[in-house]
Write a protein that binds this ligand. Structure first.
Ligand code: SAM
Length: 345
């Protein structure tokens, strides 16, 4: 395609936002900036495999993210692997915070982390322009927590990280907890108390078939309905209205208005129809769905010398082909070739 028409189609993308063929507006980009992780959470990793995919230079992530922002992405979430392991993350955040969308606004800049290194980094990240963090915690009981992460001292480190993030103003501070039946579902009530005591939003997430090993079954998923019933028995919950149509979590507060709980139910109440996300893996591949069977090698094109217009046109075409929905639990469901830690959750 000639450069002029590529520019025209890229410009169309930025004016009308980034849209897929189902009319969904894609404004949320998740970028994995390393495939390495310092935890070996038992439901996520086998513990035998390390990083599986390379990482790009910080300047390369920046160039690719800029292209997405020019096309209509307004929210960028850095993830991994474990993003805080990545040297240069504070500089990357500073550069991202200086970007402007086509309408002249700053990005909504967030980070998902296991929190292990957050105590030492929270203030620098905030000063560099990070808006919010989400910390993954799968138990509030220290012994259970360390059985899951398989790292001694992890609970104390993460709790310090959560508190440092709150002090630094990386708020609203969200805690994501993946629930597995018979494994950490005894933590539900403790998390409800934790949300109130630590002034954090605790979000329970249904376990998806995205683990390195083979653990997933429909029976291991703790469904939204059950979580709500259990917390309700402890203290009545009141559902909060959604703030935007693409919000993944159903939100609740307690009857006294103190604390917030969210439940993300991709398995029992899929929200694909309102999905606004695409992902960039640590090695620069676009994934249009967590469960995509194909990846789109954006970085490969960049390395081969494609110019920005050509890369923008490739992003537009790729986003156009975003899948309608996932097929978890259906006959013929195929697990994607990468697990969550290697996609970037
Ligand atoms: N290391 C960072 C962290 O711990 O937040 C970022 C990567 S981690 C893979 C991102 C999130 O994915 C974590 O909250 C983790 O609990 C979640 N996760 C991992 N495997 C999952 C699965 N099979 N289903 C649902 N969530 C999963």
């Amino acid at each position: 395609m000639a450069a002029a028409s590529l520019s025209a189609s890229a410009a169309t993308g930025s004016l009308s936002g980034l849209r897929d063929s189902y009319g969904r507006t894609i404004h949320d980009l998740r970028v994995s900036i390393t495939d390495r992780c310092n935890y070996k959470c038992v439901y996520c990793r086998t513990g035998e495999l390390g990083a599986q995919y390379p990482e790009l230079g910080i300047d390369e992530y920046l160039r690719l993210i800029k292209l997405f922002v020019g096309l209509g992405i307004t929210k960028v979430r850095l993830t991994g692997g474990e993003p805080l392991l990545r040297r240069g993350i504070v500089d990357l955040v500073r550069e991202l915070a200086a970007l402007r969308t086509p309408t002249g606004d700053g990005l909504d800049l967030a980070l998902t982390t296991n929190g292990h290194l957050l105590d030492g980094l929270a203030q620098s990240l905030k000063d560099a322009g990070l808006d919010r963090v989400t910390v993954s915690m799968d138990a509030v009981d220290p012994a259970v927590f360390e059985r899951i992460t398989r790292i001694d001292g992890s609970f104390a480190a993460v709790l310090a990280g959560v508190r440092a993030a709150r002090t630094a103003g990386l708020t609203p501070l969200k805690i994501n907890c993946v629930l597995l039946r018979g494994f950490n579902d005894d933590q539900i009530e403790g998390f409800a108390r934790f949300a109130r005591e630590e002034q954090v939003v605790v979000r329970f997430i249904e376990f998806m078939p995205l683990e390195e090993g083979r653990l997933w079954s429909p029976e291991i998923v703790v469904p939204l309905k059950e979580i709500v019933e259990r917390i309700n028995r402890m203290m009545p919950l009141v559902e909060l209205p959604a703030r935007e149509p693409s919000e993944t979590a159903r939100r609740y507060t307690f009857s006294d208005g103190v604390g917030e709980i969210g439940i993300i139910a991709p398995v029992t109440q899929a929200f694909c129809g309102a999905c606004s996300r695409v992902r960039l893996t640590s090695d620069g591949k676009i994934r249009t769905c967590l469960f995509s069977q194909v990846e789109h090698d954006l970085y490969g094109r960049m390395r081969a010398g494609a110019n920005d217009d050509e890369l923008r046109a490739y992003i537009l075409r790729t986003v156009q082909g975003k899948e309608a929905r996932h097929h978890i639990g259906e006959p013929g469901f195929l697990k994607p070739s990468r697990s969550m830690v290697h996609i970037g959750g």
